[in-house]
Design a protein. Structure first.
Length: 431
């Protein structure tokens, strides 16, 4: 939409274009009518959109300047004037530093033919125990992620801060202050998931042209791509882009319901030396409708898991700069599913999916004991590499993880309180 204001940057001037989020209804309904019950000026659940992009298409970044002028948005009649005085910088891909591993050996150099992947983590908050963070980052590095953007809503615990700083020094993460103070309360007042859509969009804009694909998910969601990691999914997504102009790929979410199983003393002893990612290997045996699927027809003989019905997440093409920027949604690029069916590829579970270490919707509705679980551990080669990286190297990782084990207030993931469950959910643990 052509805006009724313009942009100026020093001696440069440009018209402005507003890009809105697309939904299944009209723009007016999504931006002005939905979500009224939340009484908030911000985006909310229920597909109430407030996120948008302002594109000043004729402005050019001047790299010769040591100090940049402010960006000014103003209307011709003077009724609107906004001055953005933050320092501007052209985004650059971070060069990952080699880490000393296993005595005198060093981390292997990357494959030149490997596609570069940035992981855009949705806003992170409340972490106190760094064990999960270490495992999460190292596991995703092992399967093929090159860099992470982390949007910190709060300051976490001192131990988590220390670990984040370590990864920042290795150029493996870029941290963003997503706090209430930095955002003028925007990220912590009544806004959907701490301004998740704004964070996703910010990460995509920073990553265009620097990486091949961006992966979008939450800190409690672990990517599962089989023994070859991300590579098959990236290859399939790239082929769909070449053949049909697809710009992103969606994948299902499978619930790791075993996070809610309160372990016996015997099981705790068995898990004592296990990683958290080893501790929880039992997942839902099949999609549990309507939690992460939608039944079609009688007796649910057919179902769909597309987009929000399957709690899907997605990856987005970053290297094709002819793809225009746009505000991003949670379970697909946009809420307009007719468009998504044309521009997104659905990846099968055996190629790629995420494991969701959550399930409050099951617990809150007393459904945990009605579901079937199956044992589905993460690939052994990645778990072995994870153990080697954390426990057998000369980096600070080993000491940080060991300290966290000693100080930990919980043997499981900190965001879940486990409950007593019937014997059938324990048998596989003791097998």
């Amino acid at each position: 939409i052509r805006a009724d204001f313009s942009c100026s940057y020093g001696n440069q001037h440009s018209p402005a274009t507003i890009i809105l989020m697309k939904g299944d209804k009209s723009y007016h309904e999504h931006y002005y009518e939905r979500g009224e019950k939340y009484k908030s000026p911000f985006s909310t659940n229920g597909d109430r959109f407030r996120t948008l992009l302002i594109l000043c298409e004729e402005l050019r970044y001047d790299r010769s300047l040591s100090r940049h002028p402010p960006l000014i948005l103003s209307s011709d009649d003077g009724t609107f004037h906004l001055r953005i005085g933050s320092s501007f910088a052209r985004p650059v891909a971070q060069t990952r530093k080699l880490r000393q591993l296993i005595g005198s050996s060093v981390e292997k150099q990357g494959n030149d033919n490997k596609k570069k992947v940035v992981h855009c983590l949705n806003p992170v908050y409340g972490l106190k125990d760094p064990k999960w963070l270490i495992e999460y980052l190292e596991y995703h590095i092992a399967i093929g992620v090159d860099h992470f953007h982390i949007y910190n809503v709060d300051m976490h615990s001192p131990d988590v801060q220390s670990v984040l700083e370590m990864y920042r020094k290795w150029n493996l993460i870029t941290r963003h202050d997503w706090s209430a103070k930095a955002s003028g309360q925007y990220t912590t007042r009544i806004t959907y998931e701490h301004a998740k859509w704004a964070a996703q969009t910010d990460c995509a804009l920073r990553s265009r042209g620097l990486y091949d694909y961006a992966l979008f998910s939450d800190i409690d969601e672990v990517a599962m791509g089989g023994n070859e990691g991300l590579a098959p999914a990236l290859e399939m997504c790239e082929q769909a882009h070449t053949d049909r102009g697809v710009i992103g790929c969606s994948f299902n979410s499978n619930t790791v319901s075993s996070v809610f199983t309160k372990l016996t003393d015997e099981e705790e002893m068995k898990m004592k030396d296990k990683l958290l990612l080893e501790r929880y290997s039992n997942v839902e045996a099949k999609p549990f409708c309507p939690s992460n699927c939608k039944c079609l027809g009688r007796n649910c003989k057919e179902m769909t898991r597309k987009y929000h019905y399957g709690r899907q997440k997605y990856m987005l093409n970053m290297h094709d700069l002819t793809i225009p920027p746009r505000p991003l949604w949670t379970h697909a690029i946009a809420r307009d599913y007719h468009e998504m069916d044309r521009i997104m590829e659905q990846l099968p579970d055996d190629v790629f999916h995420i494991r969701h270490y959550q399930g409050h919707w099951l617990k809150n509705n007393n459904l945990l004991d009605t579901m079937e679980e199956k044992n589905a551990p993460l690939p052994k080669e990645f778990i072995d590499l994870l153990r080697e990286t954390i426990f057998e190297n000369s980096t600070p990782l080993r000491g940080r993880y060991a300290k966290a084990q000693e100080d930990s207030f919980s043997s499981g993931v900190e965001w879940v309180t486990p409950v007593e469950r019937p014997a059938k959910y324990h048998n596989m643990l003791l097998a």
